[in-house]
Design a protein around this ligand. Structure first.
Ligand code: IPE
Ligand code: IPE
Ligand code: MG
Length: 244
């Protein structure tokens, strides 16, 4: 009870703090699913399944406190090196979530976008990604799901695209505009769970001036309160962007 009262007060606080709109884009490196399961003596895939549930709660909560753009790191270009059974359990969850989005994105006003090298996915799944992106394009709550995503891969893709358009020299704006995230604001805050202090190839270009927040909470244990703590910390930071 005390917890929920505290959480309600804190939510009000976050909403109040958020009203100035400085936190437009929050990104999450959803880490710790495997450890969460292993600590319970369960196979790692259970961690991913509980992690998927936490992800849905967190996305909803971010919308509730007025954050209009959320990006999550769901699967990296390096994660293919995991055992095949684990990779396929994550892919299964992804396709399940895709189905869920197809049913609920209109109701939830989610504007869904898949960022990463999607060529690695089956054509029918890719068509569903594209159809969902098109169908939800005029919704207000942006949700970007990074799958087969790598920051270096994204920059290489962008540069190659510019070269194929005949460019022989490029500007920062050209590169930003050729990334998978073209058109999105850079993330204001990047949250990584599970006590790891690195960004693991996530949004390398876009995070140049992002605030970074680390928590020991394992992703499946992530609650509204953990989001509040990150948001409150963000609002305590002084962003200078190189100025005084
Ligand atoms: C994050 O959890 C999910 C993915 C990387 C797909 P992990 O599976 O990395 O969990 P830990 O880090 O092994 O605990
Ligand atoms: C980063 O987590 C990728 C995702 C959360 C999808 P990892 O667990 O793959 O990162 P490392 O291996 O600990 O750096
Ligand atoms: Mg991990």
């Amino acid at each position: 009870m005390a917890g929920s009262v505290r959480s309600a007060a804190s939510r009000e606080n976050s909403v109040r703090l958020l009203s100035d709109g400085r936190l437009r884009h929050i990104a999450f490196i959803m880490d710790g699913n495997g450890r969460w399961a292993e600590r319970r003596g369960m196979p790692r895939r259970f961690g991913h399944s509980y992690g998927a549930a936490a992800f849905k709660k967190v996305v909803r909560y971010c919308g509730d406190i007025g954050i209009t753009c959320v990006t999550v790191y769901a699967f990296s270009t390096e994660n293919w090196q995991r055992p095949e059974a684990e990779v396929s359990s994550i892919m299964k969850l992804l396709v399940e979530y895709l189905g869920e989005c197809e049913r609920t994105a209109d109701r939830d006003r989610l504007k869904v976008r898949f960022i990463g090298d999607l060529s690695r996915f089956e054509p029918d799944v890719r068509d569903r990604f594209t159809a969902l992106e098109k169908r939800t394009a005029d919704h207000e709550r942006e949700l970007n799901i990074a799958i087969n995503y790598g920051g270096r891969d994204e920059i290489v893709h962008a540069v190659n695209r510019l070269i194929s358009e005949g460019r022989t020299s490029v500007t920062e704006e050209d590169i930003s505009g050729a990334l998978y995230t073209a058109g999105l604001p850079d993330p204001d805050l990047i949250v990584r769970t599970a006590g790891e202090y690195r960004t693991s190839n996530f949004l390398m270009w876009q995070s140049a001036y992002s605030e970074l927040y680390f928590t020991d909470t394992l992703w499946p244990d992530m609650t509204d309160r953990d989001v509040d703590l990150a948001v409150e910390e963000f609002y305590r930071r002084k962003r200078r962007f190189g100025r005084v």
